[in-house]
Design a protein around this ligand. Sequence first.
Ligand code: ZN
Length: 289
Amino acid sequence: MLTPEKKNIEEHLQFLVGERNPFTKPEHLEKTRLYIAKQFETFGLSVTEDAVDYEGSRSFNIFGKGKNSGEKPFVLAAHYDTKPGTPGADDNASAVAALLEISRCLADQTFPVPLIFAAFTLEEYGFIGSHQFIKKAAAENMTFSGMISLEMLGYKVSTPHSQSYPAYVDAEKYPDSGDFIAVVGNEPSVNLVRSLANGMKKHVPSLKVETLVVPGTGENFTEVRLSDHSPFWDAGIPAVMVTDTAFFRNPHYHQPSDTVDTLDMDFIRENAEAVTETLKTLLHKKEAA
Ligand SMILES: [Zn+2]
């Protein structure tokens, strides 16, 4: 049985970390694209890419698919671009490394619900890549049983008062130190939030998992919309974000200091293992979400 390994995560990060931006560092964005596609291929997934044109730049969404066919696939995603001026180790190389390890472990599995691994571009410009994906799918009358966006999985700190919260969250009900992983959904995704969070806790008991569910499409909760799950919410598809909570914990968010030495490799590996094992059960139910 395959399980995510720390040495593979470290190896991926070594390659991935560095600015990945279509305007300021198109070379590394392109090299990253080739790297992700190559990894998917090596794991035996069939790879497709979709060009995303944006303000004179062209970059690509990358998809890896297993042998399962069927209606309403489930999407596991991470964005691979960065803001200008940041090496993007936590945001979002940590999640891309986890996505690659999860896809390596699940590539051979057969599920009644097909699983698509997606590496989205241009998240940092307002979910441009994932938005295009959803728009094209809608035009083809294709829909999805659910979606998980992996958004920053590598920053963990156990000191008191290291975790902050948006004003609409009752901080009293949550930990005061930033040593948990959060599963964030909207009301239509509540079943997915619960089954994913419970599965993650069960499979990796050392992992602390917190959940947050917001009403509607999160329109009054700006911060919880900050990843590629948002276009899925807007299309009425159950979707969750799995995150270390970004700037509510990590002072290096979008900074030149978002480097690999700030990451907790065991935390990334545990997150990857928890998602891998939970997906195995989740996707065997007919309606994944
Ligand atoms: Zn991000």
